[in-house]
Design a protein around this ligand. Structure first.
Ligand code: FES
Length: 104
């Protein structure tokens, strides 16, 4: 068990417990953050768009072409954009900081 620091769209920071093997999207939803995840993690809706603090980006598995296209299409793309459903939590990511992207 480890933790994530997640900032919501109102600017509040939440310290969320995360269990290895679950996707970030599942973890954020379970913690009642406002993540729609319409497609259920299939990488086709972008409603789980987040910004990962830059120093953590290189610790994550590389972004796939499919995911890259989806985040660029959101209208709120930043260099540190990721889809939370495409990141599987590992305990060595403890302390990762992210921000929910604006809704569509
Ligand atoms: S839940 Fe749909 S793209 Fe992540």
């Amino acid at each position: 068990m480890s933790y994530i620091l997640a900032q919501d769209r109102e600017g509040n920071t939440h310290n969320i417990k995360a269990e290895a093997g679950f996707s970030l999207m599942e973890i954020l939803k379970e913690a009642n953050l406002d993540i729609e995840a319409v497609c259920g993690g299939q990488c086709v809706c972008s409603t789980c768009h987040i910004y990962v603090e830059k120093k953590w980006l290189e610790q994550l598995t590389d972004i796939s072409e499919e995911e890259q296209v989806m985040v660029e299409d959101t209208g709120h793309y930043e260099a540190n954009s990721r889809l939370a459903c495409q990141i599987i939590w590992r305990d060595d990511l403890a302390g990762l900081t992210l921000t929910l992207a604006p809704e569509f």
